[in-house]
Write a protein that binds this ligand. Structure first.
Ligand code: PLP
Length: 402
């Protein structure tokens, strides 16, 4: 068999660290070890029954064929209604696209717009997939560190400093994975003001966690705050996180019609359309009863409070309560340079997360994977019992370092 060598775009990218962490947890569990898993990036709830029922009804009714690239009329209507409810903006059917998850929609938007060397500004810490998706599509990720002092958020000054004539996109993610940070109306307004001076820059705003918000009312969206930028905003969302539907693979986006047409053209050659059954389920999720979402937020809030209190009680660690999503981004500078009971130096956040896995049997993901260390990310999409047990185990492990 000839040696296999992948295309350059494959060599440029790495596999997702969350997927790698999940694989490591599975391995350890297979060895019979009990692991307290705080790596999981998806709701631990089951998809609500009325959504499953809509999928079964679609199968029974024979809705099992290709649909239009931009989705069934029922799903389109549900998406347009949801976008209007959330942002106050009324989009038209030719301004929305759907795909196999928000992830695929983002990938296609980059594929539809990037030529070699085009730059994409990615504030760090970032969702791990953004830089690799840019690289896979011949672009150049421009990582802009955003520190704890600004709540891990991009400021207009830093944004201005990062823009060049090659800048094609700015990626914003609010609520953020991995920090849980949420941009306020004022903060978005200030970024919009900076963006007005750079008409070539498009903004991809990833709002996949918008329903998991612990503040009052609903989160601010750039399309609402800055109507004058609407022709260059690509707003991404999906049903994965809010409705516990990660496995159904259904995401969507709204944006200017020419950009949407380019994305749909690629989609028509890539997968024709996402699963018709998932489309029926997603339509039921978006237009059906929403109690599941609000009840979920209250469950996450209790877990967040327990996680944050438990972690802040550990000497050498600290974190702020997330304003949205289900993650905490924990500063572990206080343990860097210390030694484990075996005498090994903890010289990075990755060393620390490996130590936690080994000594406390707690799985987390190191912050450098998200572009900013020394931190680690925990997910509180798991039970309160596991969170409490895990934070106590972390405390015990940290007490043992010196
Ligand atoms: N965007 C962010 C910030 C995420 O954390 C994730 C999933 O982890 C996605 C997008 C992808 O979501 P989907 O399941 O819709 O592809």
């Amino acid at each position: 068999m000839p040696d296999f060598s992948p295309a350059a775009r494959v060599s440029r990218i790495k596999s997702s660290p969350s997927v790698a962490a999940a694989a490591r947890v599975r391995e350890l569990k297979a060895e019979g070890r009990r692991i307290l898993d705080l790596t999981v990036g998806e709701p631990d709830f089951d998809t609500p029954p009325h959504i499953k029922a809509a999928a079964v009804a679609a199968i029974d009714a024979g809705e099992t064929k290709y649909t239009s690239v931009s989705g069934t009329p029922v799903l389109q209507k549900a998406i347009l209604g949801r976008l209007e409810y959330h942002t106050g903006v009324r989009f038209e059917p030719d301004q929305i696209t759907i795909g196999g998850g928000a992830k695929q929609v983002i990938f296609l938007a980059l594929m539809a717009t990037l030529d070699a060397g085009d730059e994409v500004i990615i504030p760090a810490p970032y969702w791990v997939s953004y830089p690799d998706m840019v690289l896979a599509n011949d672009g150049t990720p421009v990582i802009v560190p955003c520190t704890e002092e600004t709540g891990f958020k991009l400021t207009p000054e830093t944004l201005r400093g990062a823009i060049t004539p090659r800048t094609k996109w700015l990626i914003l993610n609010s609520p953020s994975n991995p920090t849980g940070a949420v941009y306020s109306r004022q903060e978005l307004g200030a970024l919009a003001e900076a963006l007005r001076d750079f008409p070539q820059v498009y903004v991809l705003t990833d709002e996949i966690y918008d329903e998991i918000y612990f503040g009052q009312g609903r989160i601010a969206s750039l399309v609402e705050v800055a109507p004058e930028l609407r022709e260059r905003i690509f707003l991404v969302n999906g049903v994965s996180k809010a409705y516990a539907m990660t496995g159904w693979r259904l995401g969507y986006a709204a944006g200017p019609a020419p950009l949407i047409a380019a994305v749909n053209k690629l989609q028509s050659q890539m997968s024709s359309c996402p699963s018709s059954v998932s489309q029926a389920a997603a339509a039921a999720a978006l237009s059906g009863p929403q109690d599941f979402v609000s009840e979920g937020v209250e469950v996450y809030r209790d877990r967040r409070d327990a996680a944050v209190a438990g972690l802040n009680a550990v000497d050498g660690l600290h974190c702020a309560p997330a304003e949205g999503a289900f993650y905490a981004y924990v500063n572990c500078a206080g343990v860097i340079g210390k030694r484990t009971p075996d005498g090994a130096e903890i010289s990075s956040d990755e060393d620390f997360t490996l130590y936690l896995l080994d000594a406390a049997h707690v799985a987390t993901i190191h912050g450098s994977a998200y572009g900013l260390g020394p931190y680690f990310r925990i997910s509180f999409a798991t039970s309160l019992d596991i969170i409490q047990e895990a934070t106590a185990a972390i405390d015990k492990a940290v007490r043992a370092v010196s």
